[in-house]
Design a protein around this ligand. Structure first.
Ligand SMILES: [Mn+2]
Length: 476
């Protein structure tokens, strides 16, 4: 294909020359004779001519198939140039916005109102993305090198996960150990309460991940302590010193850590750690990549929830390094007979109103039944919110889910339960844990049915009190 580029600045010409050759045959038109001479001597195909004249393009043999690129630095003569190209038969016109223009969109609109077929590209937009990625990678590299140094000579290192670690916590533990260049002998991955959910147990077995159980008091025995996918407030004051925190949950006040990297707009902690590993060019083993890929998939419900560009970027980076067949095996463990029992209980006891499904499961031996049922009912066609609660160890545990573009689930649980227990989460998923006694004190001694009614009406009230300008949530 043939290109004709109408330019003024040497930098743009040299850049286009480098990008377009050898895939395209490219000729340049410049106004300045000295510039043309200089470029010609350097071997560039260039002529000096008046870009506002039609015969310039006739001489250059412009056809409807010629790709014409015009450098736009804001000059008024641009429209004349475009007209001249059109008169000479040119149709494929690209305007390249550079330099002093500040509002490229406005310029584009203005030009397109007159020349409908024109394409406008802003140089800063074309280069901005990759450049920013590079810069933020350098910042990440600096941060990683700092904490690598802090952990370097430590005798005993602990990587602490939240209770009942999920795939993201487990994968982040492996990934951080990789960043720290340690083995399972020199950095222990541990939790105060170990893995119980069946699919997580399956992950631990298939990937041979060792998660030690430790007591909060033992944490002080380690020379360096890191937390991943969780922040110190979660342990309610039981852990008072931490060297490193890496997490994607909203940042909590009231603790100090030597280093932290908290990115609440990320879909998973594994996404953050993928960036850490990439920033220092670490080798990622197939096992770690598989764990991280599975973690990103499960924390974002395969990009259905709270995922953004960086998660997709991390996913595509890890994909060729991971064992996809193993991931399919891990996913197969989701549905179990016990879980179906609770799905049925929710069907019997639950109520659906204004696209909010609410159910009370009674006493449950394991906490994981609750989020499982909440995720399950969110798949239903006319359900946009699910609120599932049960009693585990004398506390009400509540999981809230929504499709992610409505009011904030985390805000909902904080509003009603933060004063009597722990409550928090994201826009699309949240959790509250309230001691039974505290719950009864605030809401009375509700029986199952009364509980469902009460929570459902709180949710509907919450959904109706949207701010002006908010998207209308519940359709009639
Ligand atoms: Mn997570």
């Amino acid at each position: 294909m043939r290109c004709l580029a109408v330019c003024q600045s040497e930098l743009v010409i040299r850049m286009l020359d480098e990008i377009l050759l050898p895939s395209f045959e490219v000729d340049f038109i410049v106004e300045s004779k000295p510039l043309a001479r200089r470029l010609h001597e350097a071997g560039t195909a260039v002529v000096a001519a008046d870009p506002r004249r039609t015969d310039t393009y006739l001489k250059a043999d412009v056809t409807p198939g010629t790709c014409v690129i015009i450098e736009d630095s804001g000059r008024r003569s641009l429209k004349k140039i475009i007209e001249a190209i059109g008169d000479a038969g040119g149709t494929l016109i690209y305007v390249l916005g550079v330099g002093s223009l500040t509002d490229f969109r406005k310029r584009e609109e203005e030009l397109k109102s007159q020349f409908r077929e024109l394409n406008y590209l802003a140089l800063s937009e074309l280069f901005g993305g990759p450049l920013l990625t590079e810069f933020s990678r350098s910042i990440t590299r600096l941060k990683v090198q700092q904490y690598q140094r802090l952990f370097q000579d430590a005798d005993r290192v602990l990587i602490l996960l939240h209770n009942d670690p999920d795939p993201d916590a487990l994968a982040s533990g492996l990934a951080l150990r990789n960043v720290l260049r340690r083995t399972k002998q020199t950095a222990i991955i541990a939790a105060i309460q170990g893995v119980t959910r069946p699919e997580n147990l399956r992950m631990v077995n298939l990937l041979d991940i060792q998660v030690e159980s430790i007591a909060a008091a033992q944490v002080n025995e380690f020379e360096r302590v890191a937390m991943v996918d969780v922040q110190p407030h979660y342990f309610m004051g039981a852990i008072n010193h931490v060297d490193l925190v890496i997490d994607h949950h909203p940042e909590q006040p009231g603790y100090s850590a030597v280093y932290k990297d908290i990115r609440p707009d990320y879909g998973s902690t594994s996404t953050i750690l993928t960036e850490h590993l990439r920033a220092v060019d670490a080798n990622i083993s197939e096992r770690t990549a598989t764990a991280m890929l599975y973690a990103i998939k499960s924390d974002t419900l395969f990009f259905n929830r709270q995922a953004n560009r960086v998660d997709i970027e991390a996913f595509s980076y890890l994909y060729p390094l991971a064992d996809a067949a193993l991931i399919r095996k891990m996913e197969g463990a989701e549905i179990t007979m016990d879980r179906l029992e609770y799905v049925l209980t929710a069907k019997q006891n639950g109520r659906l109103s204004e696209q909010v499904f609410c159910a009370f499961l009674g006493t449950s031996p394991r906490e994981d039944f609750i989020p499982y049922v909440a995720d399950f009912y969110l798949q239903l066609e006319n359900v946009k919110w699910t609120i599932i609660a049960g009693i585990v160890n004398d506390s009400i545990v509540m999981s809230v889910r929504n499709l992610g573009y409505q009011r904030n689930a985390g805000e909902f649980v904080r509003k009603y339960f933060a004063d009597i227990g722990s409550a928090g989460g994201h826009r699309a998923m949240a959790k509250a844990v309230v001691p039974l006694a505290a719950f009864r004190q605030k809401f009375g001694n509700l029986q199952a049915e009364g509980f469902t009614e009460r929570v459902l009406s709180m949710a509907i009230e919450f959904l109706h009190e949207h701010q002006p300008g908010d998207r209308k949530l519940v359709k009639a």
